[in-house]
Write a protein that binds this ligand. Structure first.
Ligand SMILES: [Fe+2]
Length: 487
């Protein structure tokens, strides 16, 4: 799957033209070319300009390498390369939306097939021309055209270089396509991975810059979420190349229709994922609307829980499920029974506490209504359990408490202590740390506590202070070890 940027720059006021300075290479040559886009002034952020320039230079360098490798020769395969690259135009014209403002297409299939039949510079030129043509037809502005052409050129060039380095040759002329696939499997995989890595890195990078989002979060949403489909695309690409070899342009042309089916499959799957994300967002907003004192609580707990889960070395899927459980841990509070208690200012009575302590059960019941969230029901239900068994609602102890719930307990405590409440002011980093140290092994899982108090995780949880407290402790300790070890 290829991905393309939909949102490359931001709109600013005309005065921002002054920021269009010559100390940014990309700005400079775009300005020289007069590519100032529409009326008014549209200006990219400076670091984004540099990034686009970097991708363009990398594309030029890799394409030159492919050209030099072939000594500029044109083989008879050039017509096949241009035909298969032209097949990629159709899916590029019916792209689908992906996460974070990117669009995707199944053009990767004909583009990879073009490399398999013609692993040479003519394929690079053909794909570049196809992407440029699509941009012109779709009336994309100059900057997007430059970026999309550059990243496609880079992806194909790197793919050709990897394919040839792994011993790949043109599939044309092979009498036995099955044995060709068997003997060149490493080369085909090298092509697939090189293409996908170059394509994903360049597009995810530009999205991360424009959104100010962590690069790896974008990779998770855009690349890892579709990894299975991408691998399938590699197999289909080989099938397309084989059809081309056996039945020529007519046979390969007829495979264009299945492209639309594959595209629909992609689009439907991504739409479902998008709907799930939006549903989750809706639920979080519902929780926050009910509890004015804890506005933003769910998101902050989810952020902290994600940091702790990553710090524990959990897989990206496990981290994602912990994040979802953290987002929904207080979902039950939207029930009417808690409304007067949540609105009450001042301390709660024993009876009110008794009612509030049922909210994890209510949260778990609501979460359980969605089949896709079955695995987060227990972490939600048990987020107020204590390591020593004195928590609620079930009094679970130790590792009987789901790992996700034990992580959320830390994140929940951090947010509860660091936000103002009707009955006290927000506490600082030192007090929070003291709280964890004090209750480690009673309320909190001691192993997780060690990780949370370690400089690496603590500095992420308290970035404003740079994890100063944890760093000071490490400085005083001859051997850098989690604070929990000294307790
Ligand atoms: Fe809670």
């Amino acid at each position: 799957m290829t991905v393309r940027m939909r949102h490359l720059y931001r709109e600013v006021t005309p005065n921002a033209r002054d920021a269009f300075t010559a100390d940014c290479l990309c700005c400079w040559w775009l300005y020289q070319l007069g590519l100032r886009m529409r009326t008014g002034v549209l200006l990219m952020q400076r670091h984004l300009h540099n990034y686009v320039a970097l991708i363009t230079l990398a594309a030029a360098a890799s394409a030159t390498a492919v050209f030099v490798l072939a000594s500029g020769k044109v083989t008879p395969n050039y017509s096949a390369a241009f035909f298969l690259a032209a097949l990629g135009v159709l899916p590029e014209l019916v792209t689908y939306k992906m996460a974070r403002g990117a669009t995707g297409s199944v053009a990767i299939i004909p583009f990879l097939a073009a490399v398999l039949v013609a692993p040479e510079w003519t394929t690079v030129a053909a794909v570049s021309a196809a992407i440029t043509a699509v941009s012109i037809v779709r009336r994309r502005d100059a900057v997007k055209t430059v970026f999309n052409t550059a990243q496609a050129t880079l992806s194909v060039s790197v793919g050709v270089l990897a394919y040839r380095a792994a011993g790949g040759v043109s599939v044309i002329g092979s009498a036995d396509l099955a044995s060709f696939a068997a003997t060149h499997v490493v080369a085909v995989l090298a092509l697939l991975f090189a293409f996908v890595i170059a394509n994903s890195a360049s597009v995810n990078g530009v999205i991360a810059i424009t959104e100010g989002t962590n690069f790896w979060v974008v990779v998770r949403d855009n690349t890892l979420a579709t990894a299975v489909y991408t691998i399938c695309s590699g197999a289909i690409a080989y099938g397309l190349a084989a059809v081309f070899v056996r039945w020529g342009m007519v046979g390969a042309g007829m495979m264009a229709l299945p492209f639309i089916a594959v595209r629909q499959f992609y689009a439907t799957s991504l739409q479902l994922q998008q709907t799930n994300r939006e549903l989750l967002e809706l639920m979080v907003k519902a929780i926050e609307a009910r509890d004015p004192y804890t506005s933003g609580h769910s998101r902050r707990v989810a952020d902290s829980a994600t940091i702790i889960a990553r710090g524990l070395g959990l897989s990206s899927r496990q981290v994602d499920r912990v994040r979802i459980a953290a987002l929904l841990h207080d979902l039950g509070k939207i029930d009417e029974i808690y409304a007067p208690i949540l609105r009450k200012e001042g301390r709660l009575t024993a009876e009110e506490w008794k009612i509030m302590k049922t909210h994890p059960i209510k949260s778990a019941e609501l979460v359980a209504t969605l089949s896709d969230l079955k695995d987060v029901v227990k972490p939600v239900r048990h987020h107020h359990e204590h390591w020593d068994g004195k928590g609620y609602p079930d009094g679970l102890a130790g590792e009987d408490i789901p790992l996700g719930a034990r992580i959320i307990t830390f994140a929940d405590t951090i947010d509860a202590l660091t936000t103002d409440r009707p009955y006290r002011r927000a506490l600082g980093e030192v007090e929070v740390r003291a709280e964890f140290v004090k209750h480690c092994g009673t309320q909190f899982d001691p192993t997780i506590c060690g990780h949370v108090l370690s400089p690496a995780v603590w500095s992420e949880l308290f970035p404003g202070t740079g994890g100063a407290v944890a760093q000071r402790e490490v400085t005083r300790t001859p051997q850098s070890r989690p604070a929990i070890a000294a307790m």
